[in-house]
Design a protein around this ligand. Structure first.
Ligand SMILES: Cc1ncc(COP(=O)(O)O)c(C=O)c1O
Length: 423
């Protein structure tokens, strides 16, 4: 029998880039034998895993702690005492002045993005009572941007983007700069990841200040996705300041800290947005997962989490990033017209292979045939519908696997890229 699908069903059960990426990732991890330079799985950092082990032992040892963690539903916004601890943590660490009413927990920050995008954008009749139907949009002020956003819009055509400027820093290094474009009347929110997945670009404090001013002047929101950012996991290689403003919606995650399976996302925003997230959570999942909250709550209360990020997490990724960049320089043919985005944070290298004779998808297939998984770049341009050959000339490479595997992956990549430039 053929399934009769709704528009929603057709859209959300069709194959998507993020589905294929997560399938490839899950399969490669369970089967082994592949060099995994594709997904965003965090590395296994022994010092960090020792903290999780200690916390689980503490939970087991404390009477009633395990029982409530596994056996009691939380409120749809999270555990009330966790929200209190988190509000104090943000106030101490970021100099904010928020309360528990500014925070909601979600089932991963992927779900937070879905709820936020579709709460703010899509078909709308304007404010209560008005009857002026319009399709509101989410604008990505700098693409390439996170692949996981691409298929999240319930309404068709929900995303727009500004095309970036490319700044060449040296022969083989470049950086995207935000090119402030038109802000159409239909834009409901701006959204960016900081640092950016996939390019590892860190949008500057000045660019953020301009976006906040734009959002405030227009009465719209700026969503900042800190999946790799401050204050945790703090995989940020340049100092920046997370800002608080009524028009800013912050999304955080425990995943890249090393707890992806606890599915814990955190939204910090105005109380009205937060209350609506809680209500949506209740319909969708009743309550969120308690496990991540229970593991990290004392680490937030004592600020141990900040020290862990500064002493272990950030240096770990910084070292891996520097090492991988050096291997790229060593293995790639210097005469090729290739460019690497400066790595200012997150887990990735974004390569722009200008002048390559094949496109990003073909390169992906060739690499997959040789046991190396990367992600084709053309998936990372949500909302940028105009043709731009740059979109087919980039790939994203993750450097979280074991160093020997990354080194071998870079060697194979160098061989295949050389072949891809040959006439
Ligand atoms: C930029 C960005 N945002 C959000 C997410 C979603 O992460 P999670 O749902 O595990 O919190 C990811 C995951 O890779 C990401 O890279």
């Amino acid at each position: 029998m053929k399934v009769q699908l709704s528009d929603f069903g057709r859209k959300f059960s069709a194959r998507s880039g993020i589905y294929e990426l997560m399938e490839d990732l899950g399969r490669a991890l369970s089967e082994g034998g592949k060099i995994m330079m594709g997904g965003g799985n965090p590395a296994h950092i022994p010092e960090v895993e020792a903290v999780w082990r200690r916390r689980l032992n503490e939970i087991l040892a404390k009477p009633g702690a395990m029982e409530t963690m596994l056996g009691d539903y939380d409120t749809p916004r999270g555990r009330p005492d966790f929200l209190e601890t988190l509000a104090s943590f943000f106030n101490r660490q970021c100099g904010w002045n928020i309360t528990a009413d500014n925070i909601a927990v979600t089932i991963g920050s992927q779900a937070a993005n879905f709820l936020l995008f579709n709460m703010l954008a899509g078909r709308s009749h304007g404010s209560e009572g008005a009857n002026r139907e319009m399709a509101r949009t989410i604008l990505f002020p700098l693409v390439p941007e996170y692949i996981g956003y691409c298929d999240q819009g319930v309404s068709p055509g929900m995303f727009r983007a500004w095309k970036p400027e490319v700044e060449f820093l040296s022969n083989h290094d470049f950086k995207y700069r935000m090119q402030f474009g038109k802000l159409d009347e239909d834009v409901a929110a701006l959204c960016l990841s900081r640092p950016t997945n996939p390019s590892a670009n860190l949008v500057t404090d000045e660019e953020i200040a301009r976006l906040v001013a734009l959002a405030r002047a227009r009465g719209i929101y700026l969503i900042i996705d800190h999946a790799y950012g401050q204050p945790f996991p703090n995989v940020v290689f340049k100092k920046v300041q997370p800002v608080w403003d009524e028009c800013v919606i912050h999304a955080f995650s425990l995943s890249k800290l090393g707890l992806p399976t606890t599915r814990t996302g955190i939204v910090v925003a105005s109380p009205e947005i937060i209350e609506r997230i809680g209500i949506m959570n209740a319909s969708l999942v009743l309550a969120t997962s308690t496990i991540g909250q229970a593991i990290i709550q004392p680490l937030l209360a004592s600020d141990e989490i900040t020290q862990m990020c500064e002493r272990c997490v950030r240096p770990f990724y910084k070292h891996r990033s520097d090492q991988t960049r050096a291997w790229i320089a060593e293995c790639f043919d210097d005469s090729l017209d290739y460019h690497v985005h400066v790595c200012e944070g997150a887990f990735f290298f974004w390569l722009w292979l200008r002048g390559m004779r094949i496109n990003d998808r073909e390169l992906y297939e060739r690499l997959k045939a040789r046991g190396v998984l990367i992600v084709p770049g053309s998936y990372f341009f949500p909302g940028l519908n105009e043709p731009w050959e740059h979109k087919q000339q980039c790939i994203r490479v993750t450097y979280c696997a074991e160093p020997s595997a990354v080194r071998r992956g870079i060697e194979i990549l160098a061989e295949e890229i050389k072949r891809a430039y040959e006439k």
